[in-house]
Ligand binder design. Structure first.
Ligand SMILES: [Zn+2]
Length: 231
């Protein structure tokens, strides 16, 4: 099942303790999804590997977990908090080998804790919660999926309010779309309609036509869901 040619080893340096370690990455030709959901969750068949299993790097020395989106800045006082809440309790473990679903889930929980303690951007924390929700979706655990979708929603909303998505891979339209789509999935239909409309009417709408078209499609989906719910 797991052919080693599908993976390569990436050399990394811990952003917290600065020690070197390695983590696996999936080669792109072995990670082709057969389906992508409306919130961009990819699904893979046997023989393909989910690259999101390896999105988080976990330092085996200190337990700090981070993605490539993390900054290397630690606000004043955060280092002490991370030392006492993560490193002090860490038993050396290696997440640098091929991961199963449970290890992937654990790596995200460690990264959400690490990122929260270091006060990482809401847009980055939201992305971690969203990807963790996707992992739960693949094992049909809808309770945990919803729990992490709710956390992702809250973080995306805060990211929009404080505009902390600048210098991340997300544009304002991406953030607004995600708020609309996650709200729809959590049956918060009014909010969903409001945010899809914000995408469609945005000043940058003509520069990001693809996002606008997706928002239009999902707006009609959510309106249909509301209509069915009312009938
Ligand atoms: Zn470390």
């Amino acid at each position: 099942m797991q052919s080693s040619e599908a993976f390569y080893e990436k050399k990394l340096t811990c952003v917290f303790c600065c020690k070197p370690f390695t983590s696996q990455r999936v080669r792109s030709r072995f990670s082709i999804p057969y389906q992508v959901d409306s919130d961009f969750c990819p699904h893979f068949r046997d023989g393909n590997h989910n690259p999101h299993y390896y999105f988080v790097n976990v330092c085996p020395e200190c337990g700090f977990a981070f993605s490539e989106e993390f900054s290397d800045q630690f606000p004043l006082g955060c280092r002490e908090v991370i030392s006492s809440q993560i490193t002090k309790h860490w038993t050396k473990r290696d997440f640098g080998l091929i991961r199963d679903l449970q290890q992937a889930i654990e790596s995200y929980k460690l990264a959400i804790l690490s990122g929260s303690l270091k006060k990482e951007k809401n847009a980055v924390l939201a992305g971690l919660c969203l990807r963790l929700a996707w992992l739960y979706r693949t094992e049909n655990n809808s309770e945990q999926e919803k729990r992490f979708l709710s956390l992702a929603l809250k973080a995306y909303e805060e990211s929009f309010i404080y505009s902390d998505f600048t210098n991340t891979s997300m544009s304002e339209l991406n953030i607004l779309f995600m708020v609309g789509e996650i709200s729809r999935r959590l049956e918060q239909y009014q909010k969903s309609v409001l945010y899809f409309t914000k995408v469609i009417q945005h000043n940058n709408a003509d520069k990001e036509q693809k996002m606008v078209n997706l928002a239009k499609e999902q707006l009609s989906v959510v309106r249909e869901e509301v209509r069915k719910g009312n009938s």
